[in-house]
Design a protein around this ligand. Sequence first.
Ligand code: AMP
Ligand code: MG
Length: 379
Amino acid sequence: MADDIKAVSTEVVPVDARQPEAAVIERAAALLRAGELVVFPTETVYGLGGDALREEAARRIFAAKGRPLTDPLIVHIAQVEELERVAAAVPERAWRLAEAFWPGPLTLILPRSEHVPRLVTAGLETVAVRMPSHPVAQALIRAAATPIAAPSANRFKHVSPTTAQHALADLNGRVPLILDGGPTPVGVESTVIDLCAAVPRILRPGGTSLEALREVLPEIEPPLPPRATASGQPESEEGQAQRAPGQLLVHYSPTVPLCLFEGEDQAQRTAIVAEALRHLKRGERVGILAASEDVEALRPCEERGALVRAPASLEEPEKVAAALFATLRELEAAAVDVILCRSFRPVGLGLAVQDRLRRAAGGRVIRVDPSAAAAEGVR
Ligand code: AMP
Ligand code: MG
């Protein structure tokens, strides 16, 4: 292996997602207690877990992922009482959010307690905490009897894993054990909220919607748009002090270039068809990520060999979120030269979908305008 980690053989062990077998959980928990790593399913994506209170375990997580030490880890707990073990102070609004949304896909940024090594928080005096709802995650954290630091179980910058096979593809030889509990139901990472700022703000949209959060805390601010450099190009990953860790513009990238179309629906379809045909004429392989409403319009591309994937309707952001990362990985595995992608409305989980697609596009966003589509129609 090119980097500093010792190769291990990786075992994938099936686990019942609803009623995890005690023996499987105990085996995984014993590894965690020994400071080793375990990949396990959560309701969002698969996590790469290690003991959050042991620096050596955190070091292993960063090494296995190839993640820079400047990108902090989320600490997972199984009981709300554990919050006070990892956070130095818990404001009233944190308790309210926890009561409403835990266990579930919501991460709270709070002051770090001294029990959490600085390596876990990337040197920050704040800590990210979440209580996952997935029965396997719950059982594992309880059995390990320690909070578990767990970023997504992918190599740094790659698409997050929503199946054990995705995690294996990225981490084979780098972790001893992967628990396979089937596909993760939410499919995008947790929503991260900063509760250390004067006004609570979403740092990363995710599996808990802004609309639902505002029913409990109406003052929550939406995420700020990702920064671009003065040249208009996406910020590079290296050497940048991040405003909010994980807010790198190119973060969730498939290995294939992805081009995102935004604008009125019909205009997007027209532009995607034109762009697909242009690539196909050059003999390139094209993948298209669309909505079921687009399938008819994309028929001519499909007939010429484009791979069209339409996991759900525009009205079903939760289904789009659940299928998003698996679809990107599928198109990537099919060795397409380019992925053309429609955009989805930023409503409900659609906000997280939009965020991940913009990051995957890394600046290749094409704004189409309806008059262009109308002109195409006349021709
Ligand atoms: P991942 O676990 O890879 O899905 O991503 C973890 C993300 O949680 C980071 O990239 C940040 O966006 C966020 N995060 C974790 N700790 C902090 C923190 N102390 N302050 C702000 N954001 C954090
Ligand atoms: Mg990640």
